[in-house]
Design a protein around this ligand. Structure first.
Ligand code: MGD
Ligand code: SF4
Length: 745
């Protein structure tokens, strides 16, 4: 049997759905605070600043804890531009991450008892000594570069510092290749600037918001949802392109139920109408863009009639929506989306979005995209990092526009082969549940099996911990310091994270883990502090403030230094591209051997009896991390399979009935899922919320609830430009009988 078999047995010695339309009104309000204060007049509450870690929007918040160390409530910081004083349901429910009794409680080390693999509880010293000795051993045998780090969120930053100090920059996170990488490449090619997070979309002042497969409202990015809600109240036109009637679609003037995988064709037709009817922003195009002539010739034949045959969207609807956009311009946003790794031509789809925005003159304009700004947090003094012999760039060299590590390529590099020049031999996984976030499970399991050593740092016994040699329990964001948040926004601001309570059980902060391993590896000079608090204090001082002040205000604002939010009337503006202009036609892509202008390519369709597997978000959950959270599990404990009534009729399915799925590669879902018959999904696809179907029994609430969409994604379409993992080309058939005699776990 495989050495790194998923540990199923428990360790030695270790013991109702909200309606979609309510997503816009699910925010916690500061009236909670008054209520809370009233309720606790006798109890003194301590208020501690933090920023949320339930998703990566990083809303600044206040944690209220009582004298007994219980967290009473988390409330949005009124002055924070990420949340405007209101947290989303997940942020409010973040306290469940702290109180979840299934949390990892102590370090665990894989061991073999009577031929059975299991975990034994270990002391921190034992676990850290083992990690340090294994890391040293790998470095001696292969070089530090063979140690890879897959990470996400705040703990990742601390471990990145450790890895770089030890000589490895073999680092990646799923937020790139499995999420927004293609959009960053597409917009960087066009505007010379990443979109970044939060997106610099000026939604509060927009007159027209175009969402192409972006489901804001279910994808609950706080200020963005609030601004969209305000924009709707102010009469903005929303145009939603989605094969599914999403919450956003329900708020839209136009819902375009596009045939999946044909969005580029629709956008080419929009360009055709906007150019042919002469309703593009002529002044902007002339002054700020290059390649208009090539674009015009390129889209000449991509008429709405041509696109109709591909997208199933009627020509008059294509024309009408194009005119609405142009009418609103420049206060129009063709939203770049967030999770965009769909069909492997995702950079080109992002380019099409970027080009449309260019034609409409919305980049750098009020109600379009503003020029974002952030403040640089000075780096705490530390020696220079050594220069690795190879790093993530070399591993991803096939993909010329990869601007960050590609998780899947790093994983592949763990599988030995003759021509693997960059062998990965050990891996640390911190704050990412790769068994749910990275598809092609067979490949991932093979890679993990080949590793000489694997360590996981997590707060919960997620399925990925079952593959580790050592599991380290991190305390939650409410129990630790972390780096200062300095995100891009309309105005620069910073926020701090200060522990509200002591770490529960034997859990420790990520910064402490990094420092402990670092010291054992002889890297003490890189960790020249006893407590991370000292790092923050030093940085805050450089920024002209102090922890004392930040404890009172939570968020500090700084004036803009880069100039106006928008292009100033009559002034020139230089974009950060090679030409200094918005590159409608991309010479860069041409020189790299790719299409300089986006083209529509046909993608495979579902075979007879199969449906395209589509997936997305629910407002009360983030990926797989919240499924077991007691508060959020209460709101939604499992996912459902959305099935069109036509399909339900053919297969004889009823709402609430349990079904199983089998995909095109004959992979059968471990668990079942309940059907939801709804007109809101097209007949050629089925839909489910990502992040369910957990297969670790230690997650007592989430175990076996719903289907893990990632398990059904055994085929990927890789973006040749930046290495993104297209996941929407998988097809499933619906089984009404349980294919497992006894459910295997
Ligand atoms: P999560 O499932 O939230 O997402 O991928 P991941 O980042 O892997 O896993 C986060 C892990 O971090 C969990 O194990 C959680 O317990 C742990 N964790 C939470 N807080 C902390 C902490 O404070 N410290 C530590 N050490 N650990 C913590 C997300 C990725 O997935 C992204 S960004 C996208 S957009 C993709 N979405 C997606 C999809 O929609 N469908 C499918 N099939 N795959 C996807 N993969 C991608
Ligand atoms: Fe937390 Fe919600 Fe903000 Fe994300 S959007 S950081 S989950 S409050």
């Amino acid at each position: 049997t495989s050495r790194r078999k998923f540990i199923k047995i428990s360790a030695l010695g270790l013991g109702g759905v909200a309606t979609a339309t309510s997503a816009f009104s699910m925010f916690g309000s500061s009236s909670y605070l008054n209520e809370l204060v009233k309720q606790n007049v006798t109890k003194k509450l301590k208020r501690t600043p933090t920023y949320c870690e339930v998703c990566f929007w990083k809303c600044a918040a206040w944690t209220y804890s009582d004298e007994d160390g219980n967290i009473q409530k988390i409330i949005g910081n009124e002055t924070d531009p990420h949340c405007y004083g209101r947290l989303c349901p997940r942020g409010t429910g973040g306290v469940g991450m702290y109180s979840d009794e299934d949390r990892l409680k102590t370090p665990l080390i894989r061991t073999n008892v009577n031929g059975e693999e299991t975990f034994k509880e270990a002391s921190w010293d034992e676990a850290l000594d083992l990690i340090a000795s294994k890391f040293k051993n790998i470095k001696e045998k292969y070089g530090a570069e063979s140690l890879a780090l897959l990470k996400h969120g705040s703990p990742g930053k601390h471990l990145e510092h450790l890895f770089k100090a030890y000589g490895s920059d073999t680092i990646a996170e799923p937020a790139y290749a499995q999420c927004r990488g293609a959009r960053e490449a597409g917009f960087a090619l066009t505007y010379g600037s990443w979109v970044g997070s939060p997106e610099p979309t000026d939604i509060r002042d927009t007159k027209c918001l175009v969402l192409i497969g972006s489901h804001i409202g279910e994808n609950m990015h706080n200020s963005q949802v609030q601004e969209m809600s305000d924009a709707i109240d102010n009469g903005a036109t929303i145009i939603t392109v989605d094969p599914r009637f999403s919450t956003a679609a329900s708020k839209s003037k136009h819902w375009l139920p596009i045939k999946p995988a044909t969005d580029i064709a629709l956008m080419l037709a929009w360009m055709n109408v906007i150019i042919e009817e002469g309703i593009y922003d002529k002044e902007y195009v002339e002054k700020y863009t290059t390649g208009f002539k090539e674009l015009k010739d390129h889209v000449l034949n991509f008429t709405p009639e041509w696109a109709y045959g591909i997208t199933t969207i009627k020509p008059e609807v294509i024309r009408e929506t194009a005119r609405e956009m142009a009418h609103a311009a420049p206060a129009v946003i063709v939203h770049p989306g967030r999770h965009v790794s769909w069909y492997g031509d995702d950079t080109q789809r992002a380019r099409a979005m970027a080009i449309l925005n260019g034609l409409l003159g919305s980049w750098g304009r009020r109600g379009g995209f503003y020029f974002k700004e952030s403040i640089k947090v000075p780096k705490y003094p530390s020696p220079k990092y050594p220069h690795p012999k190879w790093d993530w760039r070399d591993i991803g060299e096939k993909y010329p526009m990869a601007q960050m590590g590609i998780t899947t390529e790093i994983i592949r590099a763990a599988i030995p082969s003759k021509d693997n020049k960059y062998p990965v031999k050990a891996m640390m996984v911190a704050g990412t549940n790769i068994t749910k976030s990275i598809p092609e499970k067979a490949l991932l399991e093979k890679a993990m099996d080949e590793l000489e050593f694997m360590v996981v740092l997590d707060t919960m016994p997620m399925d990925v911990t079952g593959y580790a040699d050592v599991v380290l329990p991190e305390c939650t964001y409410l129990e630790r310091y972390d780096g200062i948040r300095s995100a891009t926004n309309r105005e620069p601001s910073i926020a701090v994270r200060v522990p509200a309570v002591k770490p529960k059980y034997d859990s420790k902060p990520g910064w402490w883990v990094a420092k402990q391993i670092g010291e054992r590896l002889g890297l003490g000079e890189y960790f020249n502090y006893n407590d991370y608090k000292e790092v923050i204090e030093w940085q805050l001082k450089q920024l002209g403030t102090s922890l004392e002040e930040m404890n009172k205000i939570g968020v500090k604002h700084f004036p803009r230094k880069s100039g106006s939010l928008y292009i100033e009337e009559g002034k020139d503006h230089e974009f950060a591209t090679e030409s200094g202009k918005v590159e409608l036609y991309s010479k860069e892509l041409k020189n790299l051997g790719f299409d300089p202008l986006p083209k529509y390519t046909k993608h495979p369709e579902a075979p007879q009896g199969f449906y395209r597997l589509n997936y997305g978000r629910a407002p009360m959950h983030t990926f797989s991390r919240t499924a077991n959270n007691p508060n959020l599990n209460d709101l939604k404990s499992e996912n459902n399979l959305w099935v069109n009534p036509k399909v339900a009729r053919i297969l004889g399915l009823k709402t609430g009935q349990e079904v199983w799925l089998r995909n095109q590669d004959k992979i059968t879902s471990t668990f079942g899922i309940k059907v939801r018959v709804t007109e809101r999904v097209r007949w050629d696809s089925v839909y489910m919320v990502h992040g369910f179907g957990h297969d670790n029994k230690k997650l007592t609430r989430a175990f076996g609830k719903g289907i893990n969409d990632t398990q059904m994604i055994s085929k990927t379409m890789v973006d040749p430009i930046m290495g993104g993992t297209g996941m929407r080309g998988n097809f499933v058939e619906i089984l009404t009988e349980n294919p497992h005699k006894t459910v295997e776990i």
